[in-house]
Design a protein around this ligand. Structure first.
Ligand SMILES: [Zn+2]
Length: 114
């Protein structure tokens, strides 16, 4: 006789831990990390809630890609506010939105005389 372990749908787990804001964000109410990203136990791993939301509602995340927010709200897990990008996209996106001090590798480096 096989033991059938009832699997609690992960989507329900996600949806019961959020509060929808008037901006359409799904704000994670459970555990968060120091950056404000939601954490959830998923596939035996402590995972980011927004990544799990992307996986569950939209599909697989290709290797080398990250799940990024269009709304800049780390605790938001609304799949409609999530997009896939590379680490580089993330940095460029952050630089655009938050206007981090510009650092140009080319001009920030002393040129060696030939
Ligand atoms: Zn959002």
């Amino acid at each position: 006789m096989t033991i059938y372990r009832r699997h609690w749908p992960i989507k329900d787990k996600l949806l019961e831990r959020i509060v929808k804001s008037n901006t359409g964000c799904w704000l994670w109410q459970a555990a968060k990390d120091i950056c404000g990203y939601g954490r959830i136990w998923y596939n035996n791993r402590n995972s980011s809630a927004h990544s799990v939301s992307y996986l569950e509602f939209k599909g697989p995340i290709p290797k080398g890609n990250q799940v990024l927010h269009t709304c800049d709200t780390p605790s938001c897990i609304n799949p409609d506010h999530l997009w896939l990008g590379t680490h580089r996209d993330n940095m460029e996106d952050k630089a655009k939105k938050k206007r981090y001090p510009k650092k140009d590798k080319k001009t920030g480096r002393f040129m060696e005389k030939a």
